[in-house]
Design a protein around this ligand. Sequence first.
Ligand SMILES: NC(=O)c1ccc[n+]([C@@H]2O[C@H](COP(=O)([O-])OP(=O)(O)OC[C@H]3O[C@@H](n4cnc5c(N)ncnc54)[C@H](OP(=O)(O)O)[C@@H]3O)[C@@H](O)[C@H]2O)c1
Length: 151
Amino acid sequence: MILTLMAAADLEWGIGVNGKLPWHLPEDLKRFKARTMGKAVVMGRKTVETLPSSLPGRRILTLTRHPLGFGQHDLASLLTTLASETDEIIVAGGGEVYRALLPYCNRAEITRVKGVYTADTRLIDLSEHGWTLLSSDPLSEISDIEQWTRA
Ligand SMILES: NC(=O)c1ccc[n+]([C@@H]2O[C@H](COP(=O)([O-])OP(=O)(O)OC[C@H]3O[C@@H](n4cnc5c(N)ncnc54)[C@H](OP(=O)(O)O)[C@@H]3O)[C@@H](O)[C@H]2O)c1
């Protein structure tokens, strides 16, 4: 089972501000849609609440501490169930969920936004936590797609 962290981050690993993305990158939203189609996607309750609509074609798993919701402790049993349905689970944020699930992830795909934005939510610097950058390819004039793996 592949567990992939997917995030867009600026040069200082900023990912969010005031509950929103710090930038408007249509090309990344388009790529996110294509990349997650047919997959199971794990998101925090706060990020799910910012979505303009449901995400058709994807199984969205909302992480919450609400007793009736899907919590982190359920993840192991959920992974076993999902293994028969999908080859990959995507961890799609936000900040708290990235922190909680990073230890389970074996791949990371970072859309690197080539600037420094005002941010109140950050991802940790993967290079300082045992991850290795494998490749970086242009997505647009201001963004690259980085592939990371656990060293
Ligand atoms: N740049 C990107 O790629 C990207 C992607 C996604 C989001 N974002 C940004 O990130 C920001 C939101 O991040 P956030 O950290 O505030 O919120 P979040 O991670 O989206 O959601 C936090 C909520 O998730 C639940 N949760 C978190 N960890 C949990 C755990 N270990 N077990 C069970 N439930 C857990 C809790 O829900 P309950 O309160 O219901 O218990 C918690 O309040 C926004 O600015 C958003 O735009 C950026």
